[in-house]
Ligand binder design. Structure first.
Ligand code: KG4
Ligand code: ZN
Length: 347
């Protein structure tokens, strides 16, 4: 018998993602983005994103089926993002998934978006060893997860107390006058600057933070420090050395993310680290993490960038893992949950 064919649907933010996984093999991953429609507002407008999902859903699904050369009737199970994310966009994806599950009479699995960001790496680099650490960093989340089983046993060790890493980049981008989203622009500028030019604060790394917040992050103090530094220069009528500010800021974020993640790997005796989420495109984070993992003897797994940003493959991957383990499917009236906790992998 052929391995089960799982269709994954992702609509939690501005990307409409549809993917097909057979067994543990990714057949196709098709994505439509509405980012261009949001750029001029300087942030994602949920209503605009919802409408774009509605318009993109059927064409994106059709493109996936055509590329994989399969029929809708071949699909054995459907996985959809149940949360966390924007409630309007999530609802569009869930409605599409429910209609398909009902029409095809196949099981439906509502899955956790953040955990999907880690799960997708199994499609790229193969099954996870017994225990892995996962760092999921994007515009919406910065979470450290201890993964004993990707479909059933994920523990959130810590997360950001305020801004996500990508969000901090976008906010600093705005104050430096860069286009939205600022993250990739800061990354590019930072490569031309001196990361030691300005010593910005490293949030939650003081000895007193080790007790309660060893695995948590905080980037809002850093963002404020950058704003103050820039204002002081402007008030003094001096030029802003953009590349040095970007490099020093990016270094502070990468330093904290890598140091805390590697300390957590050591504390939990984990030899494999998975990094996912849109912010894992950041070259300062990638470079420093690679260096420090090598020094620490930790195997580093980062999927290619297209699987780090929001996509359907991550949802199909987690759905396929649930199917493989024989988990009970979700009810057809499954609710979407904009703040779905990381204690729930599937609904
Ligand atoms: O995962 P993603 O596509 O969407 C969310 O779920 O948030 O992540 C997008 C975030 C944005 O904040 C964007 O500025 C940031 O990731 N980002 C970057 C880079 N590429 C994307 N930040 C810094 N450096 C990059 N190269
Ligand atoms: Zn995401």
């Amino acid at each position: 018998m052929a391995l089960p064919l799982v269709l994954g649907i992702e609509t939690s933010c501005d990307e409409t993602g549809v993917a097909l996984v057979r067994g543990d093999e990714l057949l196709v991953d098709s994505v439509a983005s509405s980012m261009d429609e949001h750029a001029r507002y300087g942030g994602i407008i949920p209503e605009v994103a919802s409408r774009a999902h509605l318009e993109a859903m059927v064409p994106t699904l059709q493109r996936a089926l055509d590329t994989a050369e399969v029929e809708l009737a071949d699909v054995d199970a459907i996985a959809v993002t149940a949360g966390p994310g924007l409630v309007g966009p999530l609802t569009v994806g869930a409605a599409a998934a429910k209609a398909l599950a009902l029409g095809l009479d196949v099981p439906l699995y509502g899955v956790n978006h953040v955990i999907g960001h880690a799960a997708v790496d199994e499609l790229v680099h193969g099954p996870f060893p017994e225990r892995v650490m996962a760092l999921v960093v994007s515009g919406g989340h910065s979470s450290l997860l201890l993964v004993d089983d990707i479909a059933t046993a994920v523990t959130e060790l810590g997360s950001t107390l305020d801004d996500a890493a990508g969000e901090a980049f976008d906010k600093v981008g705005r104050l430096l006058g860069l286009p939205y989203p600022g993250g990739p622009h800061i990354d590019r500028l930072a490569r031309e600057g001196d990361p030691t030019a300005i010593r910005f604060p490293r949030g939650l790394t003081a000895a007193k933070d080790q007790e309660r917040h060893a695995d948590d992050f905080s980037f809002s103090g850093l963002k404020t420090a950058v704003a103050r530094w820039v204002e002081a220069r402007q008030d003094a009528g001096q030029d802003i050395p953009l590349a040095d500010v970007a490099a020093s800021f990016a270094d502070a974020v990468a330093d904290v993310l890598t140091a805390k993640t590697i300390a957590a790997c050591r504390r939990h005796d984990v030899g494999t680290l998975v990094v996912g989420g849109g912010f894992s495109a950041n070259s300062q984070l990638r470079d420093l993490m690679a260096t420090r993992c090598e020094q620490a003897g930790i195997e580093l797994r980062i999927p290619p960038i297209r699987y780090c940003t929001d996509n359907g493959a991550m949802i199909a991957a987690l759905g396929a893992a649930a199917v493989r383990r024989g988990l009970a499917p979700s009810d057809l009236d499954l609710p979407v949950d904009s703040s779905m906790p990381l204690t729930r992998v599937t609904v």
